[in-house]
Design a protein around this ligand. Sequence first.
Ligand SMILES: [Mn+2]
Length: 355
Amino acid sequence: MTNNQPATSGPSLLTPLLNPTQIEQAMALIMPAQRIALLAHEHPDGDCLGSALGFAQILRQLGKICVPACADPAPRAFSFLPGIETLQTTLGDENFDLVIALDAGELSRYGALYEQHREFLDHATIVNIDHHISSSGCGQVNIIEPEAASTTELLVLFQQQSGLPLGKEAALCLLTGLITDTGSFQYPSTTARTMEAGAILVAAGADAETIVKPIFRTRPLAQARLTALAVQQAQTSSDGRIIWTYATRETLTTTGATADMDDAIVGTLRDIENVQVSAFFKCYDNPETTRVSLRSNTPYNVAAVCMRLGGGGHPRAAGATIHKPLQETIALVIAEIQKEMQAEDQTSHNNTALL
Ligand SMILES: [Mn+2]
């Protein structure tokens, strides 16, 4: 069963390989199992869905009964994924010998699925495969590697090293996780190993355009109109280094858009020339509550800004919900961003002076 030789000949970039002992331990749980639940985290993305559906396809080829499950239904853009129709939002009668938890290292991240089946999941045999740096591991076997660009990258290593079969449909699911978590191999998390994992999946028959088109290119006209109006209304400060815009219920009505179409606006603003920090404010239903999303370029830390406002996130992508009307929130947040940028500029100035 163990095959440490990658599928290609010549010098391999598919390194580092996964710890072979962990693969053996995971396979020792997988091989005797008949009914396997594969969990994707709540608010699903391409990586957790691709992991659960792709690994389910692989294990079905061994004759296992596999049930992929997620607390929330998959977003419509993922309807191309083979096997998406098998995705469940509950674990039904909980008749499973094994649970494989994917793309999150704490059971609480599986959301309502965990709340519904807490008793079962707290005592289930679990194999946990994830790439988040914050993961504590929720299984008897925890394959957690923060250097991996996606959980599906780890699953390609797992498949190659264990000699499991890899069909075209599984390959498409796994490539979806690689492409979505790396923004089509654009983010710095993309390594030589990520590309080689991608090559293995393409060689197995996965077609990248099938993934890229619905996820990154195609969008409703109303969404394009919403983005256009948001950009049109954008304001800047600090010589164009800070940019912000907002949307209200009226913005949605004018453009015909729905609230779920506003995701890309803050990123679009961040990518404008000279911008260091972008902010998108939305106030749709409750005029006393405003949600803000921030994006930044290195070295500006927007997580620090959001944490001071009761929110959180990553250094380059963060958010907060503020219990104030729109205009008041905008003034507050922009002032906080200016403070953060000044402090950061001062620190780098001092560091440069020390050299
Ligand atoms: Mn992921």
